[in-house]
Ligand binder design. Structure first.
Ligand code: HEM
Length: 314
């Protein structure tokens, strides 16, 4: 996939990567965000009604191999799994359609994002980096939150630690445009829901966990049996805004099942696989197109720039 040529987009991408590295430190060979992760493999099997939503190949086929990367937040490769800043957790899914052909979903465990645009997210990060977090109200970050209600709402949304990567729900956040074989179009937002149910820890229980409890637990869980999720899509209703990650759609909106992700094994040589794989927030597949949400094109550029550097790092 080539990088976009839009100079402004590329400059903003570089600024965001640099700002994340200014906050967390630069760790060549690791991601500047969601640095600590673990990868598993398995299969996607479509649900009966899924073809009504999209004609995407993995939804029309009997089954498709998948690779998943779960991650902790932050650009710290050794962030303790029980650090409160390790939330939200990430889940990136790759559907292997053919040799060198794939489509991805990049999701995290909070339903929303603090800013509508990447430029605003840069302001958010810069304010954060220049603030005394023991006195937020008097800091630039406090001022940013005071003038950006969506960022305040995101920061205030509870983000409890899960007991397992397999007992957390993940949200695609940015809407996609789904087209079925009859040409019917629906905008929708992914939700990936664990079949075992959500299970979260309170602060004391989180503090009592080990720094690698999630990485250790998922290996034990998958050794004992498949780790399964339902891939759902929340469909837009009349009047819903489809290009703004900060705006929630009413919970009354229909949520349809696209299929089931069943993870069955750890990826061997995990560290090398993590370093190599570059997930793409834009689907680039028939039947699923990006919405006009400004985060999508920007993130696609950032993840590609960052991923290529990671692969080349000595
Ligand atoms: C302007 C907004 C955003 C910026 C600047 C940003 C930045 C980044 C960067 C630099 C990476 C590392 C990419 C790599 O080196 O491969 C990353 C990864 C990631 N981001 Fe974002 N991100 C943004 C929005 C989001 C949103 C909205 C979500 C959730 C839907 C999200 C979820 C993730 C996840 C799960 C990963 C890890 C992917 C993997 O496992 O490779 N990010 N982000």
């Amino acid at each position: 996939m080539p990088l976009p040529t839009d100079e402004k987009l590329l400059a903003l991408s570089e600024d965001l990567i640099a700002q994340l590295q200014a906050i967390f430190g630069a760790y060549p060979g690791f991601r500047p965000a969601h640095a600590k992760g673990v990868m598993l493999t398995g299969t996607f099997t479509p649900a009966a009604g899924a073809a009504g939503v999209t004609k995407a190949p993995h939804v029309l086929r009997e089954s498709t191999p998948v690779t998943v990367r779960f991650s902790d937040s932050t650009g710290l490769p050794l962030v303790p799994d029980n650090d409160p800043n390790a939330n939200p957790r990430g889940m990136a899914v790759r559907f292997h359609l053919a040799e060198r052909s794939h489509t991805d979903i990049v999701s995290h465990s909070t339903d929303g994002f603090p800013t509508r645009t990447g430029g605003e997210f840069l302001e958010f990060l810069r304010a954060l980096a220049s603030s005394d977090l023991t006195n937020i109200p008097a800091s630039p970050f406090g001022a940013f939150l005071g003038s950006h209600p969506a960022a305040l709402a995101f920061v205030q949304t509870p983000k409890p630690a899960p007991t397992s990567f397999g007992r957390e729900s993940y949200f695609g956040v940015t809407a996609m445009e789904f087209t079925n074989a009859e040409g019917a179009v629906h905008f929708g937002r992914y939700r990936i829901v664990p079949e075992a149910g959500n299970e979260h820890l309170d602060d004391a229980a989180t503090a009592a966990k080990s720094a690698s409890y999630l990485m250790d637990e998922i290996a034990e869980r998958v050794a004992a049996g498949p780790v399964a999720f339902k891939l759902m899509v929340q469909l837009e209703g009349v009047g819903d805004v489809v290009d703004d990650a900060t705006i929630h759609w009413p919970e009354s909106r229909a949520v349809v099942e696209l299929g089931r992700i069943e993870l069955t094994a750890m990826v061997p040589e995990n560290a090398e696989a993590e370093r190599h794989i570059i997930f793409d927030p834009i689907p680039r597949v028939e039947g699923i197109a990006p919405s006009d949400d400004p985060l999508l094109e920007l993130r696609a550029a950032i993840y590609l720039i960052s991923g290529r550097r990671r692969r080349e790092a000595k």
